[in-house]
Design a binder for this molecule. Structure first.
Ligand SMILES: [Zn+2]
Length: 120
């Protein structure tokens, strides 16, 4: 089952991301928001560069799949902001081409899911 995200949902997503960034005290990033196709079964994602401090929060145009968060803009936003909160940790293993990078990426979602269980 799929449907398009509305402009109103995108606006709520943007507001929710800004709100979570504020709550976590995350600043100093050049922030961009986009709504576009970002791949099958992906409702939202975040791309960033910890050196240039550029980050782009993206919401899909079409919602697909059964991901339980995809109708809740606040939780989608929280999930993506937590990715940014952990960005410097994740970037470190990537930049050093550490063999553990894939493992760190896998653990990142474990940590995010635990945090979301408390914060939502
Ligand atoms: Zn994620």
């Amino acid at each position: 089952m799929s449907r398009e995200y509305t402009k109103e949902e995108f606006d709520r997503y943007v507001s929710a991301v800004k709100s979570w960034l504020y709550k976590f005290g995350i600043s100093g990033w050049n922030i961009d928001f986009k709504q576009r196709n970002i791949g099958d079964l992906i409702s939202a994602n975040t791309t960033y560069n910890t050196v240039s401090r550029n980050v782009c929060f993206q919401l899909a145009e079409v919602q697909t799949g059964e991901y339980c968060l995809h109708d809740d803009m606040n939780l989608l936003a929280l999930h993506e902001v937590l990715h940014l909160l952990l960005a410097d940790v994740i970037w470190t293993t990537k930049e050093t081409q550490d063999d553990a990078h894939d493992l760190v990426i896998a653990k990142e979602h474990e940590v995010i899911n635990r945090l979301m269980g408390v914060l939502k």
